[in-house]
Ligand binder design. Structure first.
Ligand SMILES: Nc1nc2c(c(=O)[nH]1)N[C@@H](CNc1ccc(C(=O)N[C@@H](CCC(=O)N[C@@H](CCC(=O)N[C@@H](CCC(=O)O)C(=O)O)C(=O)O)C(=O)O)cc1)CN2
Ligand code: MET
Ligand SMILES: [Zn+2]
Length: 763
C-alpha cells in the first residue's frame, strides 16, 4: 500500500458524454422504462468513467461521484436523514429518493438551491433534533466494490460532515435555537461506521469534501471542524483521509486541517488567491500529502503548465508529499473538447474539458516528480496553445475597447423615478395589480425538435421561423384569452436564455455537446466567452415586433442581463470580470434601445444569477456588487423615461444583495415568493425599496397547480406590505419546464384571484 495519494481529480461529470443518464432518468420517470434499465445505464456510465480515469494514469481514481440526482441528497440518504413524510409514502428506496428530489403529487420535494457560487443545484437536507442518523444505505461501499471487481482500487468521495450540516436546514418544528450543526457529534459516529466499512472493503483513501470552509465561518464552526476530524482521525481501523476545500481560500480552516490527523489536504489554488501564502506559513503539513488544485475544475481554459509547475515546485518543501489535482470536481465542465466539431480551431486549441484536464493533471504530476526532462516533449506541445492564446489578436476588438473606455457615470443613470412612473403610466395605462408572466412558456417537444431539425438541415430557416411564429401566436392568444395585462412572446426560439444570446454576439463560441448538469436531469451548454463582446445586429427585435403585431396589449421584450450572461458562461480569465461585464452590458443596452425604437414599451432584463455570483467571502462583496449593479444599469439606462424596465430574480433569500436590488433601479422587479409567503416584501421595505414589485404567487418548480383561493391569500398578504399601485402579479419564474395544461389552469387561477383582490381593494 502506497502512502501517497498521487495525481487525482476531485470528481467527474456523470450525466454521460451524450447525456445518457438524462435520457435514462426521464424515461424511468415517464414510466417508459424500468428500474433495471436505469440501473444498468448508471452502471455502465460509472464503469466507463473509472476505466477512462484509470487508463489516463491518475494516481488515485475517485468513486461514489456518480449520483442519480445529487450528491448532497445521496449523503442525506446514506446517513438516514430522510424526512418522515417521504418514508411514509411507502415507496421503494429509489422512488423514495426521487420523491425527495422531485416530489410526488401529495408531497412537494425538498428545497433546491445553488451549490456555492456555481450553477449546480443541490437538494437541501432537513435536519432536526430527532433526526435519527444511521448507516441506512451502503452505496459508497457497493460502488467501491464494483470498481474493485474490475481491478481498480478507487477512492470513495463523500460530502464532509461539516459541509453537509452547514448546507442543511432545520427541520420544521425544530426550536429556533436549533441548528443542524448541533448534531455533528451524532453524525460523526455514523461517518465513523461508514469509514470502518470502507476500510474493511479495502479502501485505502476516502475523500471528505469540505467546500463550506471557503466561505466566511465562525470560530465555533472552525472549532467543530477541528473536533470532527480529530475524532475521525483517532479511529484505529480506517482508510486514510483526504479533505479538500474548494471554490476559494480556506483561510483559517487550512491551519485547522493541517493540525488535524487527516493524511491529505486539498486546496483550490485557482480560486484561492491567498492560499499559497497561507500554505508557506504552515508547518503541520510536513507529515501530510498536499493535493495542489492547480488545474481549474470549473472553467475550460487549458492550464498554463509552466506556471502551475513553478507554483507546485515551491510547495514541495512544505508538505510531506505534493500531488497534483483539480481545483474542484470536474462536474462543472463538459466531458471532452474533442467531441466539438464546430468550434473554431484556434479557439478550440485553447480549451480543455474534463478529459483534457485529466491529462493535464497526469502530466503536471509527472513533471513535478520525474522532472521536466522526463516529459519535455509533452510540455513543449502543451505550451503552444497557451502562447498562442496569450498573443492572439482574436480576442481583441478595438471598437469595443474604445466604447468601454469612454463610458461616463451618467451612462448608468436613468431619469428621476417619479417622472418615469408618470410617463410609463400614461403610455401603458395599466390597471392596479397588473398581471404578467416571467417570459418563457412551455418548451414543447415540437419546438425542440424543430430546432434539432434546423440544425441537421432537415428543415430550412423559413420553415423553422414559421413554426416559431405559430408557437408565439399560440402563446399570445392564450394570454389574451386569460386576460393578462402585460404579455410575453414565450421565448420558443431560445434553446436557453444565455446560450441563445451568446450565439448572436461576437466574442463567444458555443458547443454542440458541452452539457453540464444544472439540476437532476436538466443540463445547460454554457457558452464560451473568449473575446471582446459586441452585438452586430438586433437579436430579439423581429420576434418581439411579430408578437406585438398580434395584440393590442403591451408585449414585454425579454433579455438576459450581463451578470447572468457571465455567470452562466465559461468566461475569459485574462481580464477582470467587471471589464467583461461592461462589454456585455453595452451589447444588451443596444438591444434594449432597439426594442424601444421598435415600439416596445416594456423591456425585462433578467438577472437571476445576481445572487449566485456573490463572492463566498464577505470582504469581496462590495467590489462585486459595484460592477454587477453598474453593468445592469448600463444595460438599462439607454431608454426614455416612458419605457418601463423590468428585472427578474428567481430567489427569495436576498441576504447580502438586498441593497443591490434597490440600486438596480428597475421600474419593476419580479422575484420568487410563493414558497416564502411574501416575507420578502417586508425585507424589501426595510431597505426602502419603493418601485414596482411582483412577488411570485405560484411556484413553477413543481407540477402542482395552485387554486385561486390560495393565490388570493398570497395577494392579500402582499397588499399588507405593498400598496396596490406598486404590486404586480406573476408566477415565481419562467414556465419553460412545465406543460401547457397546468400552465393554463394556473394562470387562469392567478387571473381570477387578481380580479377578486382588485374588486375588494376598490370597495
Ligand atoms: N443556463 C441556464 N442556467 C439556469 C437556468 C436557465 O434557464 N439557463 N435556470 C435555472 C435552473 N436551471 C435550468 C437548467 C436547465 C434547464 C433545461 O430545461 N435544460 C434543458 C436543455 C435546454 C436546451 O438547451 N435545449 C436545446 C436542446 C434541446 C435538446 O435536448 N434537443 C435534443 C433534440 C430535441 C428533443 O428531442 O427534445 C437533442 O439535441 O438531442 C434546445 O431547445 O434547442 C434540458 O436539460 O433538457 C432548465 C433550468 C438556473 N440556471
Ligand atoms: C431562470 S430565470 C428565467 C427567466 C426567463 N425570462 C424565463 O422566463 O424563462
Ligand atoms: Zn427565474
Amino acid at each position: 500500500m502506497t502512502s501517497e495519494i498521487g495525481s487525482t481529480v476531485l470528481g467527474y461529470p456523470r450525466i454521460g458524454p451524450r447525456r445518457e443518464l438524462k435520457r435514462a432518468l426521464e424515461a424511468y420517470w415517464a414510466g417508459d422504462s424500468g428500474e433495471d434499465q436505469l440501473r444498468e445505464t448508471a452502471r455502465s456510465l460509472r464503469v466507463q468513467s473509472w476505466r477512462e480515469l484509470h487508463g489516463a494514469g491518475l494516481g488515485s481514481v475517485p468513486s461514489n461521484t456518480f449520483s442519480y440526482y445529487d450528491q448532497v441528497l445521496d449523503t442525506a440518504v446514506t446517513f438516514g436523514a430522510v424526512p418522515k413524510r417521504y418514508r411514509e409514502l411507502g415507496l421503494g428506496p429509489l422512488d423514495t429518493y426521487f420523491a425527495m428530489a422531485r416530489g410526488v403529487e401529495s408531497t412537494p420535494p425538498l428545497e433546491m438551491t445553488k451549490w456555492f457560487d456555481t450553477n449546480y443545484h443541490y437538494l437541501v437536507p432537513e435536519i432536526g433534533p430527532d433526526t435519527e442518523f444511521e448507516l441506512a444505505d451502503r452505496t459508497p461501499v457497493e460502488r467501491f466494490l464494483e470498481a474493485r471487481e474490475l481491478g481498480m482500487t478507487t477512492r470513495p468521495v463523500l460530502v464532509g460532515p461539516l459541509t453537509f450540516l452547514l448546507l442543511s436546514k432545520s427541520a420544521e418544528g425544530a426550536p429556533s435555537s436549533f441548528a443542524p450543526l448541533h448534531r455533528l457529534d451524532d453524525l460523526i459516529e455514523v461517518y465513523a461506521e461508514l469509514l470502518a466499512e470502507l476500510h474493511r472493503a479495502g479502501a485505502e483513501w476516502v475523500q471528505l469534501d469540505e467546500p463550506a470552509f471557503a466561505a466566511d465561518r465562525e470560530p465555533a464552526e472552525l472549532e467543530k471542524l477541528r473536533g470532527a476530524y480529530h475524532r475521525l482521525g483517532e479511529l484505529t481501523a480506517r482508510p486514510r483521509l483526504f479533505v479538500p476545500t474548494y471554490f476559494g481560500d480556506p483561510g483559517e480552516a487550512l491551519g485547522v486541517l493541517a493540525a488535524s490527523p487527516v493524511e491529505a489536504v486539498g486546496v483550490d489554488l485557482v480560486a484561492g488567491s491567498t492560499t499559497m501564502e497561507v500554505l508557506s506559513g504552515l508547518t503541520g503539513l510536513r507529515d501530510k500529502t498536499l493535493v495542489a488544485g492547480l488545474v481549474e475544475g470549473r472553467n475550460i481554459w487549458r492550464t498554463d503548465l509552466d506556471g502551475a509547475l513553478s507554483k507546485a515546485a515551491t510547495l514541495l518543501g512544505l508538505a510531506g508529499e505534493v500531488s497534483i489535482g483539480t481545483s474542484c470536481s470536474l462536474l462543472h465542465v463538459p466531458y471532452d473538447v474533442e467531441a466539438e466539431e464546430d468550434i473554431d480551431p484556434q479557439v478550440k486549441s485553447w480549451l480543455a474539458f474534463a478529459r483534457q484536464k485529466v491529462e493535464e493533471v497526469v502530466l503536471l504530476d509527472r513533471a513535478l516528480h520525474e522532472g521536466r526532462e522526463a516529459v519535455r516533449d509533452q510540455l513543449d506541445r502543451a505550451r503552444a496553445p497557451i502562447e498562442d492564446r496569450r498573443n492572439a489578436a482574436r480576442p481583441h476588438d478595438r471598437a469595443v475597447r474604445d466604447r468601454t473606455s469612454k463610458l461616463r457615470p451618467e451612462d448608468a443613470e436613468r431619469g428621476e423615478y417619479g417622472k418615469r412612473r408618470a410617463d410609463q403610466q400614461r403610455a401603458l395605462g395599466l390597471p392596479p395589480l397588473p398581471t404578467t408572466t416571467i417570459g418563457s412558456f412551455p418548451q414543447t417537444t415540437d419546438v425542440r425538435k424543430a430546432r434539432a431539425q434546423l440544425r441537421d438541415g432537415r428543415i430550412d430557416e423559413a420553415t423553422y421561423n414559421t413554426r416559431m411564429v405559430d408557437e408565439i401566436r399560440r402563446v399570445i392568444t392564450m394570454q389574451e384569452e386569460l386576460g393578462l395585462d402585460v404579455l410575453v412572446h414565450g421565448e420558443p426560439e431560445r434553446n436557453d436564455m444565455v446560450q441563445y444570446f451568446s450565439e448572436y454576439m461576437n466574442g463567444f463560441v458555443s458547443t454542440l455537446n458541452g452539457w453540464v448538469q444544472s439540476y437532476g436531469s436538466r443540463c445547460v451548454r454554457p457558452p464560451i466567452l473568449f473575446g471582446d463582446v459586441s452585438r452586430p445586429e438586433p437579436i430579439t427585435v423581429e420576434w418581439t415586433k411579430k408578437a406585438q403585431s398580434m395584440t393590442d396589449k403591451p408585449v414585454k421584450g425579454m433579455l438576459t442581463g450581463p451578470v447572468t450572461i457571465l455567470a452562466w458562461s465559461f468566461v475569459r480569465d485574462d481580464q477582470p470580470l467587471g471589464e467583461t461585464a461592461n462589454q456585455v452590458a453595452l451589447a444588451i443596452r443596444d438591444e434594449v434601445t432597439d426594442l424601444e425604437s421598435a415600439g416596445i414599451g416594456v423591456v425585462q432584463v433578467d438577472e437571476p444569477a445576481l445572487r449566485e455570483l456573490l463572492p463566498l467571502r464577505s470582504e469581496l462583496h462590495g467590489q462585486y456588487l459595484e460592477w454587477a449593479v453598474r453593468s445592469f444599469r448600463l444595460a438599462t439606462s439607454g431608454v426614455t423615461d416612458a419605457t418601463q424596465i423590468h428585472t427578474h430574480l428567481c430567489y427569495s433569500e436576498f441576504g447580502e444583495v438586498i441593497n443591490a436590488i434597490v440600486d438596480l433601479d428597475a421600474d419593476v422587479t419580479s422575484l420568487e415568493a410563493a414558497r416564502s409567503r411574501m416575507e420578502v416584501l417586508d425585507d424589501l421595505n426595510e431597505v426602502g425599496f419603493a418601485r414596482g414589485v411582483g412577488p411570485g404567487v405560484y411556484d413553477i418548480h413543481s407540477p402542482r397547480v395552485p387554486d385561486s383561493a390560495e393565490i388570493e391569500k398570497l395577494l392579500s398578504a402582499a397588499l399588507e406590505a405593498v400598496p396596490a399601485e406598486r404590486l404586480w402579479v406573476n408566477p415565481d419564474c419562467g414556465l419553460k419546464t412545465r406543460g401547457y395544461e397546468e400552465v393554463r389552469t394556473a394562470l387562469e387561477n392567478m387571473r381570477v384571484a387578481t380580479e377578486r383582490v382588485r374588486g375588494s381593494s376598490r370597495s
